[in-house]
Ligand binder design. Sequence first.
Ligand SMILES: CSC[C@@H](O)[C@@H](O)C(=O)COP(=O)(O)O
Ligand SMILES: [Zn+2]
Length: 202
Amino acid sequence: MREAGAALAVESRRFSEYGWMRGTSGNLSVVVNRDPLLLAVTASGVEKSELTEHDVVLIDETGRAADPADPRPPSAEAGLHSHIAARTGAGAVFHVHALDAVVAGHRWPEGVEFRDMEMLKGLGHRAHGTTIRIPVIPNHQDMRVEGECFDAEYLPATDLVPEVPAVIIANHGIHAWGADVAAARRHLEIAEWLLRFAVAIR
Ligand SMILES: CSC[C@@H](O)[C@@H](O)C(=O)COP(=O)(O)O
Ligand SMILES: [Zn+2]
């Protein structure tokens, strides 16, 4: 847990410096055990620019706290982290309140489409010839409902088409995920760049 906390503290500082985790906004998780699924997730209500290695809580596959000796509440949105990790096989899930992601979700509530962009390679897709869509799902306070909304939009990778490892939550923020912390960060940074571009040229 200490190692997971240290890794998430680095990411939290980085995203805070980008302005994507203002105040207590956003939450980050990393899978610490696959079967049964256990994740280290940021504790709820922590100032994200000041997150330390101690500010993570162990959760199970339902998003509930899994260490009875730890009284701190996990992120209020922990359930969506465990859901995404279970559904996608991701090793890390990052959620931030990046402004352009929220603006893009507001402008294109059916999802934000991209094609013929070099940066698509950073999401595992070809730069040319295919259209990819970052879905937008409604915002819910109940993470079980949010998980159902995720499932309704999520398209797993096939032999021919890689997945799109990001989703916008309407009027809220964006989640991105990846095989590990580095991949989740890369996907988040690339998705945010694409969304910023879409908003800027409109
Ligand atoms: C301004 S924080 C808004 C929160 O409700 C939530 O969306 C969030 O991202 C952080 O919640 P947390 O419970 O600290 O993980
Ligand atoms: Zn949030």
